[in-house]
Design a protein around this ligand. Structure first.
Ligand code: NAP
Ligand code: HSE
Length: 430
């Protein structure tokens, strides 16, 4: 009890971007919490590496660099992991659960690899483990998939789940920038990290799509199952062709639940300008879900940042506080009760965009067409506009074909002397 109001003690592991946001939001909510939750949620300890470091707005008397002080404190009921990385975060979460503490985490790296272990441990100890912020920051998507859409058979989850790459592609589309210039701008504005590899190579989105697919299809999908391609090879020329085809290029995390298994990947894709995801620009994220009952639904918002991510973490803390009050913690366990096969990328199907530089002479188009025909690839459209010297640039759009057949065609095309260069290969939605 504090001033006559029941108190719930929690600990933060980490006081960086997200930890600072959670701290601030809990301050803002101080007066409302007792009315909203019937309890006042108070941070009693914050684990950091450097307890002497000044962190603006945060009460430094709460800092500790000793995990034992938190895990062994029986008064702490909820542990909020916002450290990042695999270790020591994994060990701390497991130890907290085994000590009967409920856990909130924003850690996609951990969930995408060790989700089963963490959720099984939470179930074993009757604890809540919530991770709304691990996918698309402030956008509610985990709870909607687990709860609000639980009565659906979900066949597709597809999203723009990385703000840095969406910002870069938006600048390339709207301002006609090349990739390197757009990346430099994203770095200058603080969207891209000092090492942007995880964002631009699709690894960050890969972790998020693994988590979403597991929940949407009730079957475990891990980071290793996700096929990933990044955006580093996209050029202003590709963006211009996409526009001509009435499409835009977006880095999408795509998960489909098909008759013969789950397809899951992250890759840049041409999507029609009238698709709801096409107009999601700058650093915004969005997730598009198709279920047999709900039909199409889309979730849009801020996928990162101190307060948006803090909002999702604080929402999880509030949910657990309510569950503790109502005596119903641990009610939603791991929902992966199926063991669906994840298809290798070669077994998936798509339409493809191929930009290539070829000799400009009779018979070249026929030669290319025959390679596709011999490999069961049907051509939907060919664009030839730019000629330079003895060469011309061709863009071929295929019909919906098996990835394996398309790749077999590429292997043959690469060996043909009439083809100077295969410049770009992209997937096309629909
Ligand atoms: P961050 O700014 O780097 O903060 C990490 C905090 O954890 C720092 O306070 C650091 O302490 C502390 N820490 C790290 N390792 C520690 C250890 N071994 N022992 C004690 N303290 C340790 O990271 P962040 O951006 O807040 O991200 C946190 C988590 O949220 C990550 O899992 C990330 O993927 C996820 N997330 C972040 C965002 C976002 O917008 N940033 C969005 C969605 C999800 P010191 O200050 O002493 O170094
Ligand atoms: N780096 C991520 C992004 C945010 O650019 O969306 C953290 O998941």
């Amino acid at each position: 009890m504090m001033n006559g109001i029941p108190e719930m003690k929690i600990a933060l592991l980490g006081a960086g971007t997200v930890g600072g946001g959670v701290y601030q939001i809990l301050q803002w909510q101080k007066d409302e919490m007792p009315k909203k939750l019937g309890v006042s949620v108070n941070i009693s300890k914050i684990l950091v590496r450097d307890t002497k470091k000044e962190r603006e707005g945060i009460d430094s008397s709460l800092f500790t660099d000793n995990w034992e002080e938190i895990v062994n404190d029986p008064k702490i009921q909820i542990v909020v992991e916002v450290l990042g990385g695999i270790e020591p975060a994994r060990t701390y979460i497991l130890e907290a659960l085994r000590a009967g503490k409920h856990v909130v985490t924003a850690n996609k790296d951990l969930l995408a690899e060790y989700g089963k272990e963490l959720l099984d441990t939470a179930q074993e100890y009757g604890c809540d483990l919530m991770f709304e912020a691990s996918v698309a920051g402030g956008i509610p998507i985990i709870r909607p998939l687990k709860q609000c859409l639980a009565a659906n058979h979900i066949t597709e989850v597809m999203g723009i789940v990385n703000g840095t790459t969406n910002y870069i592609l938006t600048r390339m589309t709207v301002d006609k920038m090349e990739f390197s210039d757009a990346l430099a701008l994203a770095t200058e504005l603080g969207y891209a990290e000092a090492d942007p590899t995880a964002d631009v190579e699709g690894h960050d989105a890969g972790r998020k799509v693994a988590i979403m697919a597991s929940i949407a299809f009730n079957s475990r999908v891990t980071f290793d199952d996700v096929y990933m391609e990044g955006i580093t090879k996209i050029t202003a020329a590709d963006i211009a062709y996409a526009a001509e085809l009435n499409t835009v290029i977006k880095l999408l995390g795509v998960a489909r639940n098909t008759q013969d298994g789950i397809e899951v990947g992250v890759y840049p894709m041409l999507i029609p300008k009238d698709h709801p995801l096409a107009s999601v620009n700058d650093s915004f994220n969005a997730v598009f879900v198709h279920g047999d009952a709900v039909d199409d639904a889309m979730f849009l918002g801020r996928g990162a940042g101190k307060l948006p991510t803090g909002s999702a973490v604080a929402g999880d803390i509030f949910e657990i506080a309510r569950n503790i009050q109502a005596g119903c913690t641990g009610k939603i366990h791991c929902t992966c009760y199926k063991s669906l096969r994840v298809k290798p990328i070669d077994e998936t199907g798509n339409r493809y965009f191929l930009r290539l530089q070829v000799e400009d002479r009779p018979g070249v188009l026929a030669g290319i067409a025959s390679v596709f025909a011999n490999n069961h690839v049907s051509i939907a459209q060919v664009i030839q506009k730019n000629k330079y010297g003895e060469f011309a640039e061709l863009v071929v759009i295929t019909d919906h074909v098996l990835e394996r057949h398309f790749k077999d065609s590429l292997l043959v095309l690469k060996e043909m002397s009439m083809i100077k260069e295969i410049s770009t290969v992209l997937r096309v939605y629909g």
